[in-house]
Design a protein around this ligand. Structure first.
Ligand SMILES: Cc1ncc(COP(=O)(O)O)c(C=O)c1O
Length: 428
């Protein structure tokens, strides 16, 4: 078949692209951080204590101590993560820091004393390994890389990780010590794990090697973009029923509820795990920021108050996600090259991302083209272990921070770049 129609389409698009380049745009869809308008929703945190620093058990929050967090914050976190206060600890401003500390301590110091340290099982050609449902959250992967934990990508389905693959790997390799999960509105694909997936997760501890941990990062538990949010089965309850509670480590934070840089973080697991981890934490801190914990409990109060706040977040975020989807539909909707659509994309019911899939092999070229036109995107491959997307097709779009007009403009550039990259490849 002659390439002429494709060539003509390419040449005309290239002119559009060059015209955009001359506009000197400077737009950014890279990181999923809340916008200033969202942060403003929690400004009442400032000054809310009005000089009253005592917790309900009489602790002065300004002083040292309280490795597990203050009682009212533990109660709040338990309600949020659907568990009991004895099974939750409340930390500082970053759940990522808690996750890193947990994995690092398990690796070097053990989940039950030094003899259980993962590093003891390392040897010549024997690295500690983690399963990484992919695409996934790049900073989880950085935690593994920083500890030289080998990452094994596992396929994601619409219902969560491919559990046949997970079970077969976990049961055949005792050096696999963990799996990273973002079970609700997953980063970046937006998947919500099905009941069956969560039930099978809860059984993993029975077939895994010693001291295996499911790092269950429920970062987007309350971050809905729809009227009837899907329900996530409760890993802690199911694990308790299976006798595998030690294997479950559930994490969350208020980073995208109040202030991303000054929120509070949660870690829920068995009481024995909390005891061990809290004692390890006290090596590096004589206690978390309890004043901030108290401020948060005073401000967020209870689940209905939190849900009302999340509704206001949704009102700000939804038009931004709608702008992304609208531009993708208008710009690429029914277009094809070589009888193939130009891409596929998610329509998330919550969370912070839209995941776009180019035709195979084109993601890095699309990101390069958009960058040269003044639109920054997350680097292609960033959502895969070692930055290596085997199909070079995933692109994570993060529309939370920019204004709707900027998102619209950035997406108009994006769709042109997708089409241009697809035509370039087809003409080679
Ligand atoms: C899945 C996931 N977990 C954790 C974080 C970071 O959370 P925190 O601010 O509590 O460290 C993010 C931020 O983008 C995230 O997407």
């Amino acid at each position: 078949m002659s390439n002429e129609p494709l060539q003509a389409r390419h040449d005309s698009l290239l002119k559009d692209y060059q015209a955009i380049q001359s506009q000197g745009l400077n737009l950014d869809l890279t990181r999923g951080k809340p916008s200033t308008e969202q942060l403003n929703l929690s400004d009442a945190l400032d000054g809310i204590l009005q000089g009253s620093y005592q917790t309900r058990d009489g602790t002065d929050c300004r002083n040292y101590g309280g490795a597990l967090g203050i009682p009212e914050a533990r109660q709040f976190a338990a309600d949020y993560l659907e568990t009991r206060p004895e099974q939750v600890m409340v930390g500082g401003n970053s759940s990522l820091q808690l996750m890193y500390a947990y994995v690092m301590n398990a690796y070097y110091h053990g989940v039950r004393g030094a003899e259980t340290a993962w590093i003891r099982e390392r040897g010549e050609g024997r690295k500690i390994r983690f399963l990484c449902p992919s695409p996934g959250y790049d900073r989880h992967f950085t935690v593994c890389e920083s500890l030289d934990i080998e990452m094994i990508p596992v396929a994601m389905t619409e219902a969560g990780p491919d559990m046949d693959e997970v079970e077969s790997l976990v049961s055949s390799d005792p050096l696999i010590k963990g799996i990273w999960c973002v079970p609700k509105y997953s980063n970046p694909g937006g998947e919500v794990y099905s009941d069956e997936v969560v039930e099978r997760m809860a059984k993993l501890g029975r077939i895994a090697g010693a001291n295996f941990r499911i790092m269950w990062d429920n970062a987007y538990a309350a971050h809905h973009l729809c009227d009837q949010p899907p329900r996530l089965a409760n890993l802690l309850t199911l694990s308790e029923q299976q006798g595998t509670l030690d294997n479950a480590v559930v994490i969350g934070s208020t980073s995208k509820i109040t202030f991303a840089g000054s929120g509070i973080s949660f870690l829920a697991s068995s009481e024995a795990n909390l005891k061990q981890f809290a004692s390890q934490q006290t090596v590096s801190t004589i206690g978390p920021d309890k004043v901030n914990q108290l401020r948060h409990v005073k401000f967020l109060k209870d689940m209905p108050t939190l849900e009302a706040l999340m509704q206001r977040h949704r009102e700000i975020l939804e038009p931004k996600f709608n702008a992304v989807i609208r531009e993708l539909e208008q710009g690429l909707g029914d277009k094809q090259v070589n009888d193939q659509p130009l891409g596929r994309w998610t329509r998330p019911e919550g969370g912070y991302f839209v995941l776009f899939d180019t035709q195979p092999g084109l993601a890095s070229r699309v990101v390069e083209l958009t960058a040269n036109a003044g639109v920054k995107l997350t680097p292609a491959g960033a959502t895969w272990p070692y930055g290596k997307d085997p199909n070079n097709s995933n692109i994570r779009l993060a529309p939370s921070f920019p204004k709707v007009d900027d998102i619209t403009q950035a997406m108009k550039v994006f769709v042109i770049c997708v089409e241009l990259a697809t035509l370039e490849a087809a003409l080679k």
